[in-house]
Design a protein around this ligand. Structure first.
Ligand SMILES: Cc1cc2nc3c(=O)[nH]c(=O)nc-3n(C[C@H](O)[C@H](O)[C@H](O)COP(=O)(O)O)c2cc1C
Length: 202
């Protein structure tokens, strides 16, 4: 029996897997946090980093894209349209694109699938699995707003990289976790990654 089958209790099903796409928006720290949280949750991650993200990486990640790859179970090139995650027959629990650029949002909203990230997103939608787009841009242009609605109508969840403050974050890590914990929730990954709202009376 493989390690993955053992990890799933011997059942004839693969270990739960989430596809993590990283596109060329600011906010690569969201991807770092998500990959680490998936690892802690015992959920396998398949990582794809776009060419745009590789341009952003040196400004935001001390170790560049290597920092992301070190946290993933497997990583694929964005040009690898033959990767397992390009097919709906490959079982995943869903996909998150974090951060998600305006350009990747536009492609996902319109069904363009000419890169592995956009193809895997298209597959996630057609298989009706959760697709979470952690958008990072400000302010939003009209095309972005229209594309957000189209992505939403196609079945994706638009999760702006806009943390809440009700859990009284005291550092950047807690701010980031405020967003990534919601992404994990939307993917159905059980987590205590950030404090949850409790009634003000409690
Ligand atoms: C340093 C840097 C920061 C960027 N930040 C953003 C951003 O926050 N949001 C965004 O939508 N695009 C941003 N861009 C532009 C995208 O990288 C660009 O549109 C790219 O074509 C996106 O391609 P991708 O979606 O395939 O990764 C940034 C570019 C650079 C170089």
């Amino acid at each position: 029996m493989t390690d993955e089958l053992l990890a799933s209790g011997g059942a004839r099903q693969p270990k739960r897997e989430v596809v993590v796409g990283v596109s060329g928006a600011s906010g690569l720290i969201y991807a770092v946090d998500l990959l680490a949280a998936l690892k802690s949750a015992g959920v396998r991650s398949s990582l794809v980093v776009s060419a745009g993200a590789k341009l952003v990486a040196p400004t935001e990640l001390p170790e560049g894209p290597k920092q992301l790859k070190a946290l993933a179970d497997v990583d694929y090139k964005d040009s690898d349209l033959g990767a397992p995650i390009a097919s709906g027959s490959h079982l995943t629990v869903g996909m998150v694109i974090a951060p998600c650029s305006a350009s990747t949002l536009a492609k996902v909203a319109q069904g363009h699938a000419d890169t592995l990230i956009t193809r895997a997103a298209h597959v996630t939608l057609k298989e009706r699995r959760p697709l979470v787009l952690v958008l990072r841009e400000a302010p939003y242009s009209r095309p972005m707003l229209v594309n957000m609605l189209a992505a939403h109508d196609a079945g994706a969840t638009v999760l702006p990289a806009a943390p809440g403050f009700y859990h009284n974050p005291t550092d950047i890590g807690e701010l980031i976790a405020g967003v990534t914990s919601r992404a994990l929730d939307l993917l159905g990954v059980a987590n205590d990654h950030a404090p949850r709202w409790r009634s003000v009376a409690e």
